[in-house]
Ligand binder design. Structure first.
Ligand code: NAD
Ligand code: GLY
Length: 335
């Protein structure tokens, strides 16, 4: 897999040096949403003033991560005469990042793009690793490609305008990295969760850096998701089923994943010997982060789990923990 830098700091949107290093042609094409543009498009356009710059606005929301909005991006690229040397720039959360990446993967058989994630979810997860895609009306993320960006520019200052609920949703993925990979990081999170919630710059920077480093390491080992990368789905088999069973109306992604991680921790106790103490540490940290609020009962979660992309030979696959910091794939819950 091609290696690429991930820049993490405050006020990087105005760093022309970073962008110039990774834009190779004379054209750029920014994909964003109107609410994000009101806050950040001006400064980014100023940074990119030496390039021919076009912009497209995608309406907000997961429901717009679809083929119609994706096609509009392609249409504008053609109508505005963007050449193979163009660079697409995804300014927004995971919805914008996934769609822009997929447009970049397909336009003229693949052009460059840069991820500029503005949500915590996108900074610690979706902007890294090159999974791009859109939803099909029958299932989420069913169309896509692996296409790595030229670089990822994480401007932490953009998180100051993020609604609190979206911020907390991103913390679920940060906790996930500690659980699947790094027990010391999990302990650090236990000691520093309050500082992260207060958006203390040093604590937040460390949490984002450590999360990004863990994800980068895993993706570099298994870009195409054949084995190790599947550990990143801890909590996601239940989480996706919850999101799907509630029609994507009730939970933000991280909120559903938090419930999924609680359920996976309980299963890990039963099937992998995860200690009772670890199960309660996991639940406590999730609650202290503001997650696991307002649970809903979904009677037939199992039928939703069968549609999961991770299902193999009809068996739902689970990621379980042997202990905090050590995850494994587990196929058969009867064992
Ligand atoms: P999102 O992109 O919908 O953003 C959430 C909301 O925050 C939107 O309303 C957006 O307009 C707003 N917003 C974004 N940045 C803002 C800012 N700085 N200030 C104020 N408002 C802002 O949601 P998300 O949680 O970022 O991403 C979810 C998407 O990411 C899903 O489609 C999911 O499938 C995808 N995802 C992909 C991967 C991957 O590896 N590719 C991983 C995880 C999630
Ligand atoms: N978000 C899971 C992955 O990138 O594999």
């Amino acid at each position: 897999m091609k290696a690429y830098p991930v820049y993490i700091d405050n006020h990087l949107l105005s760093s022309s040096e970073i962008f110039q290093k990774h834009i190779h042609g004379h054209q750029v094409f920014i994909v964003t949403q109107k609410n994000i543009a009101e806050l950040y498009l001006g400064v980014l356009q100023k940074t990119l003033q030496d390039y021919h710059c076009d912009v497209i606005f995608i309406p907000e929301g997961e429901k717009n991560k679809n083929i119609f909005e994706w096609q509009k991006i392609i249409e504008q690229l053609i109508l505005k005469h963007h050449e193979r040397s163009t660079t697409l720039i995804a300014l927004g959360g995971g919805v914008i990042g996934d769609m822009t990446g997929f447009a970049a993967a397909c336009y003229q058989r693949g052009v460059n793009y840069i991820q500029v994630p503005t949500t915590l979810m996108a900074q610690v997860d979706s902007s890294i690793g090159g999974k791009t895609g859109i939803n099909h009306p029958l299932a989420k993320n069913m169309l896509g490609a692996f296409h790595q960006p030229q670089c990822v520019v994480m401007d932490m200052a953009t998180l100051t305008t993020l609604p609190e609920r979206e911020f907390v949703s991103g913390i679920a993925e940060i906790i996930k990295y500690g659980l699947i990979w790094d027990a010391d990081f999990f302990s650090w999170l236990e000691n520093n969760i309050q500082l992260i919630l207060e958006k203390n710059s040093a604590a937040l920077k460390y949490a984002i850096e450590r999360s990004a480093a863990i994800k980068m390491h895993i993706v570099a080992e298994d870009e195409r998701d054949h084995g190790l990368r599947q550990l990143l789905n801890f909590g996601h088999t239940f989480g996706h089923a919850l999101e799907s069973a509630t029609n994507y109306q009730t939970f933000l992604h991280g909120e559903a994943v938090a419930f999924g991680m609680k359920m996976a921790a309980e299963l890990s106790h039963r099937h992998q010997g995860l200690s009772v103490d670890d199960v309660s540490r996991i639940e406590n940290l999730l609650k202290r982060a503001g997650l696991l609020q307002n649970p809903v009962e979904i009677p037939d979660l199992m039928s939703y789990m069968k549609r999961d992309k991770k299902t193999q030979k009809g068996e739902t696959q689970f990621i379980l923990l042997k202990k905090i910091g050590s995850a494994i794939r587990h196929q058969n819950l009867s064992s």
